[in-house]
Design a protein around this ligand. Structure first.
Ligand code: SAM
Length: 234
């Protein structure tokens, strides 16, 4: 899978790939990244990329032409173009799985300032996603959130693909608590015991018990997704 990032701040993107799982995926060529400073495609004086809003009002807007020039240069018929914006449906785990299995090249447009000229979305963008109900200064973090979530769904990116099983949001549930065995009894946390069922080694009973805890956690923290689970079961 290739990810292209269209940004005015390339360093914000590249730094994320210098460590950990995505670095390993990059080194082993399971994923590939391309970081494009779209200022390079500006034909305006001084490589300007933004302009006043046509309607008047505060905040500059990224001009359509510079993004059109960039997209014409890097996209192919197989590219899937995503713009990160608060004005969109919220990205979720099902989107991550779908994008990981359906596309070979994803292009992220990272907005800045008051956003991008709406006509770019109309003419070029295949999907828009928000990462949450708040405003970031730019789309870089949001694009990295998507890239990270999508990448870990690609075979061999995680060391052990079993790690994906039973994660939060699978089957519309949050994950049950996880523990290690504490070996230093002088620590405050050692006064709290692990649920005894976890330690008995009976894996089918552990699964049932964890499912019970998952339901409780989901009911408490995310009744909305539990409702979705109940609707799906009908
Ligand atoms: N004026 C825009 C609005 O009110 O919807 C916000 C613009 S924001 C300051 C600049 C850029 O950050 C956006 O163009 C978008 O690319 C990105 N961004 C900000 N919040 C985001 C979010 N919650 N999800 C995805 N992208 C976001």
């Amino acid at each position: 899978m290739k990810f292209s990032f269209l940004t005015l701040f390339p360093n914000l993107i590249s730094s994320y790939f210098t460590d950990s799982i995505l670095k390993r995926a990059l080194d082993s060529k399971i994923i590939d990244i391309e970081i494009i400073d779209f200022r390079d495609f500006s034909t305006r004086a001084h490589k300007k990329v933004d302009d006043f809003q046509a309607s008047g009002g505060a905040g500059l807007v990224i001009c359509a032409e510079v993004l059109e020039n960039t997209l014409n240069y890097i996209s192919t018929k197989d590219s899937h173009i995503i713009y990160l914006t608060p004005v969109a449906k919220r990205f979720n785990q099902f989107d991550a799985k779908r994008l990981a299995s359906n596309y070979k090249h994803i292009i992220f447009i990272c907005g800045r300032y008051a956003g991008i000229d709406e006509r770019v979305i109309e003419c070029f963008v295949d999907e828009v996603f928000s990462i949450g109900d708040y405003i970031l200064t730019g789309g870089e973090l949001a694009s990295l959130v998507l890239c990270d979530c999508i990448s870990r769904q690609i075979p061999n990116v995680l060391g052990n693909s079993k790690s994906l099983e039973g994660e939060s949001f699978e089957s519309n549930l949050l994950e049950a608590p996880v523990f290690t065995k504490i070996i230093d009894n002088s620590k405050k946390v050692s006064n709290l015991s692990i649920p005894s069922e976890y330690l008995k080694g009976n894996h089918s009973r552990i699964r049932v018990f964890k499912n019970h805890l998952s339901l409780k956690k989901t009911k408490y923290f995310r009744p909305d997704i539990l409702k979705q689970r109940q609707t799906n079961a009908k």
